[in-house]
Design a binder for this molecule. Structure first.
Ligand SMILES: Nc1ncnc2c1ncn2[C@@H]1O[C@H](COP(=O)(O)OP(=O)(O)OP(=O)(O)O)[C@@H](O)[C@H]1O
Ligand SMILES: [Mg+2]
Length: 226
């Protein structure tokens, strides 16, 4: 089997576990001997400590790539890229993302790209995260949260992917919102049933700073679909 080109990690929302899952994917692929690189093409909410998602991804990928390649566009406002860029009085320089992506894929067997927010988040006025995934020609890994509302958010995300001609390699559910009530647990089971084999992993509630078990995500299924 030829090495996969990579995956575009999107989410049903912001704060659902994309960085946690993307880092686990990078580490898991590298543990299998694949030279996986990582990117967070645009990060917002960047303060004095730097782009925290990109820094975590860089660490997972072995700290070799320049941070400017992993995360070429950074903005201070914690908002959608087009909104955050405008608040800084800047344009979103898509060319900088494209050039950085070319440099990263030239150095690695495959690349795990973390989007910002979900698929319809605007990157600029005419270009959204789904457009970026399509331009990179990467299958999606959708991260969904475990709590109430997730059936709708997950199915909406999958419908948008289909409508925009994107392939979905799988869905990972992350339990970042804490322990579930009985109703939430029953709701989540309905999502698992609806997803069937598209569900490639579930991350239980981790201790702060904890990393998912290596086996939490079915890398074999993802590799077969990417
Ligand atoms: N399974 C889990 N157990 C414990 N904490 C989790 C879990 N999943 C996510 N979290 C926590 O939830 C928060 C959001 O996760 P993360 O940063 O990965 O989300 P994200 O989708 O990448 O967010 P953003 O949209 O800001 O990029 C983090 O503090 C993360 O550690
Ligand atoms: Mg993130």
């Amino acid at each position: 089997m030829s090495p996969p080109r990579g995956l575009f990690v999107t989410g049903t929302d912001t704060g659902v576990g994309k960085t946690l899952v993307a880092c686990a994917l990078v580490r898991g692929l590298r543990a299998r001997g694949l030279d996986a690189g990582a990117m967070k093409p645009v990060e917002t909410g960047v303060g004095d400590a730097g782009p925290l998602d990109a820094l975590a991804l860089r660490r997972a990928a072995g700290d070799s790539d320049p941070l400017e390649d992993i995360c070429p566009l950074r903005y201070a406002l914690p908002a959608a890229p087009t909104v955050a860029a405008s608040a800084d009085g800047r344009d979103v320089e898509l060319w900088a993302i494209r050039r950085a992506y070319e440099r990263v894929i030239a150095r690695h067997d495959c690349v795990i790209v973390e989007g910002a927010g979900g698929l319809l988040v605007p990157v600029d006025e005419r270009y959204c995260m789904a457009d970026l995934a399509r331009e990179f020609d990467l299958p999606l890994l959708v991260v969904a949260r475990a709590s109430l509302g997730t059936i709708n958010h997950t199915l909406l995300t999958l419908e948008v992917a289909v409508a925009r001609g994107l392939s979905v390699a799988g869905v990972v559910i992350s339990h970042g919102q804490g322990l579930l009530s009985g109703a939430d647990a029953a709701n989540l089971q309905a999502l698992r049933d609806a997803l069937g084999p598209a569900l490639v992993g579930e991350i239980p509630l981790l201790a702060p700073g904890g990393e998912p078990d290596p086996g939490a995500i079915d890398l074999d299924a993802l590799l077969a679909r990417s």
